[in-house]
Design a protein around this ligand. Structure first.
Ligand SMILES: [Mg+2]
Length: 232
């Protein structure tokens, strides 16, 4: 494949040190316009309305507090102890994925990356499988580190990144981590991974632990400078 980066484009990201490529799933591998995540957000609210008997505005506020205090609604439910987490996850992720189509550009971008490709998501494994199948890239990844695999320690908790590193015996200095949420990149960056912010937040983020920012993943992967020699 011929790209500008192959010709030494000085504007392209230098990822020639990277041997392991770690990707968040939702709104990193596909974009927000698909509506998948907003559909799930709606289902989180209906779940909380059923559980609490509160109306939508009250539940929206509750959720904002949960996310602020715990990082995610799932983390807050886990902390509360009483929730049926599997029922919650099944309810929230029971969404149509018709808007996700096989993404040939993304596939080509992933295909040129040397070394290991992994997913780290707070979502359950069954959701990751559906999304990767819909995008036509399920075969491009060695493994999905999902919420159950992390024993429900979730990003942006530092221990979530520590568990990922331990589970796959990773050397952070040669890992790149791609995420659409700035906060989720902080622990990975602190470990020494190269942090790359993808999507809408990339347009406004100023955090100094972010190494690269891009509104869209596929063009970034296609133009990045990557290692050409085989990884020993
Ligand atoms: Mg995401």
């Amino acid at each position: 494949m011929s790209t500008k980066a192959d010709l030494g484009d000085p504007g392209a990201a230098d990822l020639t040190h990277v041997e392991t490529w770690i990707f968040d799933l939702d709104e990193t591998l596909y974009d927000r316009q698909s509506g998948v995540l907003s559909e799930m957000e709606g289902r989180i609210e209906t779940y909380l309305m059923q559980q609490t008997g509160e109306d939508q505005p009250a539940v929206a506020l509750l959720r904002e507090n949960m996310r602020h205090q715990y990082g995610s609604t799932l983390a807050a439910l886990l902390a509360s102890g009483g929730a049926d987490v599997e029922a919650y996850l099944a309810h929230v992720h029971d969404v149509p994925l018709d808007s996700l189509k096989p993404d040939l550009l993304l596939r080509a971008g992933l295909d040129r990356l040397p070394g290991r490709r992994l997913i780290h998501t707070n979502a359950p494994g069954f959701h990751a499988e559906r999304v990767l199948e819909a995008l036509g890239i399920a075969d491009m990844f060695e493994s999905v580190f999902h919420c159950a695999a992390a024993d429900y320690v979730l990003k942006p908790h530092k221990e979530a990144s520590d568990r990922m590193v331990a589970a796959y015996d990773l050397a952070p200095a040669v890992c790149a981590f791609f995420e659409d949420r700035e906060a989720n990149l902080a622990p990975a960056a602190a470990l020494g991974m190269t942090a790359i912010l993808v999507g809408d937040q990339a347009k406004t983020s100023t955090a100094d632990f972010i190494r690269y920012r891009t509104p869209a993943l596929a063009p970034f992967l296609l133009s990045a400078r990557v290692r050409k020699e085989p990884i020993p």
